[in-house]
Design a protein around this ligand. Structure first.
Ligand code: NDP
Length: 273
């Protein structure tokens, strides 16, 4: 029987996920479809009932439902309970199981490029939902320490507490303080939404070198101001689309139990820009 999948969220019109997954179905000749389904905030429960009625096989969850969705799961994978948010769900005869593929998606480019995280000093800009998955990733890969810089210091402090709890040394600072600190770190990650509207990078990159890794998880535009500055310094760059692709690949493998067609999915993703 044909399988059906969806991504739920609001706004959802510009989601790249239908393109990425449909390309994978075509590549592997799978009898499956993937649609974008708008569910406004406050209508999640009815939305999920609707998806169960049509016997959806699985779905992705994006803003604003990643945390609320936890309430409607029957089972949770470890990734999901650790991070406290869900972005991928399987439906087996009405039993919903949640996963969070943001952490694996974030780590995927490091693995693909053979870049080590163990013992590295990390500067993380941002303390929202994505930042939490990223902290879990750095803890798993045994980074040396993480400095979390955020506009709202309180949120950075909470995330630093989470980090310490899962075994990664952390401290919290105001993002303004981080402005000239880049040179003190091996890995710099932007997980704020700054860049989406072409805002200037919140930090300078003076003193970094070609061994410094600069990772911007903002994927639209591809070349954010932070990425452009990192290129000028010949740093090692990881683009936001690489994380997006990584999380989609992990979701595909959870749903279908077979290896995802990386190149076809990448091509579809880059064609969407
Ligand atoms: P959240 O809303 O949970 O967090 C937003 C973060 O950005 C907070 O740290 C917030 O700080 C900060 N921020 C927002 N506006 C400003 C501003 N004007 N100045 C300084 N800081 C600001 O969002 P997510 O964590 O879910 O997503 C963050 C970004 O990451 C988004 O752009 C999203 O598109 C991208 N993303 C990319 C993924 C990928 O696969 N490449 C996956 C997931 C997300 P404060 O705490 O002060 O509000």
């Amino acid at each position: 029987m044909a399988k059906s999948f969806a991504v739920i969220g609001d706004p959802i019109d510009h989601s790249l996920s239908p393109n990425i997954h449909s390309a994978a179905f075509r590549e592997l000749h799978l009898d499956a479809s993937y649609i974008a389904y708008r569910i406004p905030k406050g209508e999640l429960e009815e939305g999920i009932e609707g998806l169960k009625k049509i016997k959806i096989d699985g779905f992705n969850v994006t803003i604003p439902h990643k945390i609320d969705m936890m309430k409607y799961l029957d089972k949770t994978d470890e990734s999901c309970s650790l991070i406290g948010a869900v972005n991928t769900v399987t439906n087996k005869d009405g039993v919903l199981k949640g996963y969070n593929t943001d952490m694996d998606g974030f780590l995927d480019p490091f693995k693909k490029k053979n870049l080590t995280i163990t013992n590295k000093k990390v500067l993380l800009l941002g303390a929202g939902g994505a930042a939490r998955a990223i902290v879990a990733g750095f803890a798993k890969e045994k980074a040396k320490s993480i400095t979390i810089a955020n506009r709202t210091l309180e949120n950075a402090k909470k995330l630093a507490e989470f980090s310490e709890k899962i075994g990664l040394n952390a401290n919290a600072i105001d993002i303004v303080e981080a402005k000239n600190m880049a040179k003190d770190f091996d890995i710099i990650v932007n997980a704020t939404s700054l860049g989406l509207k072409n805002e200037p990078s919140p930090i300078q990159l003076e003193g970094i070198n070609e061994k410094t890794i600069v990772y911007d998880i903002v994927y639209m535009p591809i070349n954010t101001d932070l990425i452009k500055r990192a290129k000028e310094k010949n740093a090692i760059i990881i683009f936001g689309y690489e994380m997006l692709l990584g999380q989609a690949i992990r979701a595909f493998e959870i749903w279908h139990g077979i290896e995802a067609p990386y190149n076809a999915m990448k091509k579809a993703l880059l064609g969407g820009f």
